[in-house]
Design a protein around this ligand. Structure first.
Ligand SMILES: O=C(O)CCC(=O)C(=O)O
Length: 290
């Protein structure tokens, strides 16, 4: 019998087969990575954040005549903040909310892991540190976090994309972690992936435009082979690990159940992080590791 600490380390590490599967398929499904209590604590904390959020200021951001410009800035400045983003159809023509704020929010982003202690605790565990190290991130920095609600009935779709489109590094050293905080099924809008699609190359980059706002740089305008998409129906507590080039999406949620998830993106400190990536930190809030 190996000494206890070795056994512990063994359990926390990915097996060579899991690493090979990640490299072959571009994703990995790890059931029971977090326990039910940790999921529930995060859900309660997200509920509190929404309860304490006053939407009136944000509603004005989205409802003035300069709507596109203002909503762009609200997003582009959120890399070191906790900001609330609404479902696409949340607003009436007069700028007021169609339904309660609790039922209108699509997601919270993008620095929950640095600004909120509950999210910090969930995000900075030795298990996550070990996992990203097993996948080649030697000097990790936690870059981005998002809490995604996928609201019952109105949860919007996320179109097929690669995470490196939004968070690009040179060389590409980014890992996406998607935690199911509730059971995710086809009905409530689970993730879908194109297995091995990370070998197709980067199709585009979403970058800051020189004069303000954002633009998309396209390298390859062929569509995705969407016939190859496969659903990942997973239980609460499952972690889906995503390669930065893996094409994935989620469909609308028309069911009566939400499909809440937390995502975390981690880069290696050794890479070049371009100044035109949309997500930028202010100098007083540098990225941190575990
Ligand atoms: O949770 C979802 O619906 C999609 C999230 C996603 O694709 C992403 O964060 O890159």
């Amino acid at each position: 019998m190996p000494p206890k600490h070795l056994r512990m380390l063994d359990q926390m590490s990915l097996t060579p087969e899991q690493i090979a599967r990640y490299e072959r398929d571009g994703f990995l499904v790890l059931e029971g990575f977090v326990d039910e209590q940790a999921c529930d604590l995060l859900r309660v904390r997200a509920e509190e954040l929404v309860r304490d959020f006053d939407p009136s200021g944000v509603i004005s951001v989205f409802s003035t005549r300069e709507q596109t410009r203002n909503s762009d800035d609200y997003f582009l400045e959120s890399g070191n903040k906790i900001r609330f983003f609404f479902e696409e159809h949340a607003f009436l023509p007069d700028g007021s909310l169609r339904q309660t704020k609790e039922q209108s929010i699509n997601k919270i982003g993008h620095a929950l892991h640095d600004l909120d202690s509950a999210f910090d605790r969930f995000s900075r565990t030795s298990e996550i540190e070990q996992l990203v190290s097993d996948l080649g991130i030697d000097d990790p920095l936690l870059l981005q976090s998002m809490y995604i609600f996928k609201q019952p009935k109105i949860g919007g779709a996320v179109t097929c994309h690669q995470d490196a489109t939004f968070l690009y590094t040179e060389p590409l050293r980014l890992i996406g972690l998607w935690f199911a905080l509730e059971d995710a099924t086809i009905e409530n809008g689970c993730l879908w992936v194109i297995s091995s699609g990370h070998k197709l190359g980067l199709k585009s980059r979403f970058v800051r435009a020189e004069g303000g706002g954002s633009r998309v740089e396209v390298f390859d305008d062929k569509g995705w082979p969407e016939e190859k998409l496969q659903p990942l129906e997973v239980k609460q507590g499952t972690l889906i690990v995503l390669h930065p080039l893996l094409p994935h999406l989620s469909r609308e949620n028309r069911s009566s159940r939400s499909r809440q998830a937390y995502t975390l993106h981690i880069i290696d400190a050794s890479v070049d992080y371009p100044r035109d990536n949309w997500l930028q930190r202010s100098p007083d809030m540098p990225l941190r590791g575990f």
